[in-house]
Design a protein around this ligand. Structure first.
Ligand SMILES: Cc1cc2nc3c(=O)[nH]c(=O)nc-3n(C[C@H](O)[C@H](O)[C@H](O)COP(=O)(O)OP(=O)(O)OC[C@H]3O[C@@H](n4cnc5c(N)ncnc54)[C@H](O)[C@@H]3O)c2cc1C
Ligand code: SF4
Length: 571
């Protein structure tokens, strides 16, 4: 019997455990297995195999029962996730449904999640910009949050490392506030986007319109072919999963790569309930899970643990990892665990009509989505009454002039019209929000989920800074559109709850001082150094650039450190 137990513990022991299989977890698994470690990846959701498990990817619009729109009953049953633009008939199976995974909203928060192998990497819009020196210096300069323990030069080589493997399309634009990367060819701007690019270049100092940078294989390199991926076919139905591996997802890229090494075991249907802390050894010894099929608790052990459950779930797991040494959550000597949560503010838009350019139509579909205007406010000096800044999406488009008038033949002819309508332009704001102690998550005192894990209680809100920034975005873009000659300019703001930008960050922030932060400069818990957090939870501040590329780079960097420290016996 004793032997059997020893065998069982052995079978459950790995060199490293990765919690979560999304964008950051996929990178942790790839880097750890590349370095020869035997890795267990724990994923709460089901398995999703590349190509095989993309049921809608080859469907034509008319093959969907409801032409792509979800029935009202489904929409009404899922008011939170239904607010996400990508929650439609073709991709609903990759989203968490509201009632299956409840949480507490002390303040309204639209928590959009994907619980499956691949996480949200199947659903993301693939916008990938590096953060700049201004972002890592920001808190120290402006006095919000705490100082980052790293600077741009610490992460720059790791951006290069992940960009080369993931495949990022873009131009070298030479803009200090948006550093260039290792790019595949950019997707070109269309005629009106190109007109606006030139207009802004000539008329505005320090403002730029560039081709959006995105994780698509515009022209694959050998390393991408070696992953089994192929050139993007520009179908722009990516949220269904791409059988070509045209965009970066964990399922198409990092996970199959790690599996090929023979060093990765994936265990789906495994909700990580907590990390086990060994009081004698003074470090974490493993992870406790609840099997979602059997509802049984099981334990797995390892020397190194990477927590990559996506920002808020990572907070939940650490808060729920209580021990005699850490009664308030693993590594939480400072008391800041769960606090200083921040997000992005996407709640303002602007549209307009464009006269002319009739000789042009759009040049096919652009998977990058068009143009991008990097942050131009408060970059070199504080020039407004709000802190930090915003980037802007920008795109121009032109559709057919369909008419819905008439009956019979006339009606059909109107619908089938091949006559083009006018060009339109649109932009949306992507604002940085300031991490504050009053924006926090905690465990609910009594409510638990189906697996006995406490529900997460979210208290996160906008503030005055966000309102001022939103006003400035509308003013600046209105002015830029007016000077470009665009007509019928229509700004709009909404009061969407935080969260819908799907860029929640913080709660387990990095910092120099263990008294005010959870993680050191290697994403290692100050107080439990064999546990690494490298997803959005670790962000000290939020930049206004998209975040996932930075999670990838920080993950690869942290793995390198973890493995070399482990070899020295320090982890
Ligand atoms: C529609 C949409 C558009 C987006 N567009 C962009 C974009 O253009 N650019 C950008 O940078 N980002 C974008 N994002 C955000 C991006 O998807 C996330 O930032 C990224 O996926 C986060 O990576 P992650 O590894 O932290 O989490 P995820 O990719 O969400 O993976 C986390 C994984 O952990 C698992 N997990 C959670 N809890 C547990 C537990 N207790 N036990 C075991 N497993 C657990 C989950 O099931 C999931 O598989 C978008 C997201 C969506 C949905
Ligand atoms: S646009 Fe490219 S990545 Fe997206 S589904 Fe089509 S081929 Fe795949």
């Amino acid at each position: 019997m004793a032997n059997l137990n020893i065998d069982s513990a052995k079978e459950r022991t790995f060199d490293a455990i990765v919690i979560g299989s999304g964008i950051s977890g996929g990178w942790a698994a790839k880097e750890l297995t590349d370095k020869g470690l035997k890795v267990l990846m724990l994923e709460r959701g089901r398995d999703v195999k590349h190509i095989k498990d993309y049921p809608t990817t080859n469907m034509y619009p008319w093959e969907f029962k409801h032409r792509g729109v979800l029935p009202m009953a489904v929409q009404e049953a899922n008011p939170i996730v239904n607010r996400c633009y990508a929650f439609g008939e073709s991709a609903a199976h990759f989203f968490v449904k509201d009632n299956e995974h409840p949480y507490v909203q002390t303040k309204p928060f639209d928590w959009i999640r994907g619980y499956q192998v691949g996480g949200k990497s199947l659903l993301w819009a693939r916008q990938t910009q590096r953060w700049s020196e201004f972002d890592f210096e920001g808190p120290a300069r402006d006095g919000f949050a705490v100082d980052w323990p790293i600077r741009y030069q610490d992460i720059a080589p790791w951006y290069s490392h992940v960009e080369k493997f993931a495949g990022i399309s873009g131009n070298k634009d030479g803009i200090a506030e948006l550093p260039d990367g290792e790019f595949l060819p950019a997707f070109p701007l269309n005629a009106v986007e190109e007109y606006f690019r030139k207009h802004v270049k000539v008329n505005y100092q320090n403002r730029h319109v560039i081709s959006a940078r995105c994780a698509h294989l515009s022209k694959p390199n050998q390393i991408h072919l070696d992953q089994g991926r192929a050139q993007c076919q520009e179908r722009t139905i990516c949220e269904r999963g791409c059988p070509f591996g045209g965009y970066f997802s964990s399922n198409a890229s990092t996970i199959p790569w790690a599996l090929k090494s023979g060093n990765l075991t994936i265990r789906p249907f495994s909700v990580v309930e907590s990390i086990i802390y060994d009081e004698k050894k003074g470090k974490a010894s493993g992870v406790r899970i609840v099997d979602t099929n059997t509802k049984k608790t099981e334990e797995f052990y390892s020397r190194i643990i990477f927590v990559n459950a996506a920002a808020l779930n990572t907070n939940l797991i650490l808060l729920n990892s209580k021990s005699h040494r850490f009664p308030n959550g693993l590594g939480n000597d400072s008391g800041v665990l769960g606090k200083f949560v921040a997000f992005h503010n996407y709640s303002a838009h602007i549209g307009a009509e464009v006269e002319g350019f009739e000789e042009w139509a759009t040049d096919g579909r652009n998977p990058a989505g068009g143009g991008y205007i990097p942050r131009f406010r408060n970059v070199y000096k504080q020039e407004t009454d709000f802190l930090r800044g915003y980037a802007c999406g920008f795109s121009a488009y032109r559709g057919f002039k369909h008419s819905y008038d008439g009956f019979g033949e006339d009606f059909k002819a109107g619908l089938a019209s091949k006559e083009y309508g006018p060009w339109r332009v649109g932009s949306h704001m992507m604002g940085e929000t300031i991490p504050k102690e009053t924006n926090f998550v905690k465990l609910d005192d009594s409510k638990k989920d189906a697996w006995g894990v406490p529900l997460l209680d979210i208290s996160v809100d906008y503030d005055d800074n966000d309102e001022k920034m939103k006003k400035d975005y509308i003013e600046q873009l209105t002015e830029m559109f007016t000077s470009a000659g665009f007509k019928n300019i229509q700004p709009s703001t909404n009061h969407q709850a935080p969260g819908l930008d799907i860029h929640e960050m913080g709660g387990v922030r990095m910092g120099k001082d263990p008294k005010t932060s959870m993680l050191n400069k290697w994403n290692q818990l100050h107080a439990c150094t064999n546990v690494f957090v490298t997803d959005g939870a670790s962000m000290t501040s939020t930049s206004c650039q998209n975040p996932s590329l930075t999670y990838m780079a920080l993950t690869a960097r942290a793995v390198d450190h973890a493995v070399s420290e482990s070899k020295k016996g320090n982890v």
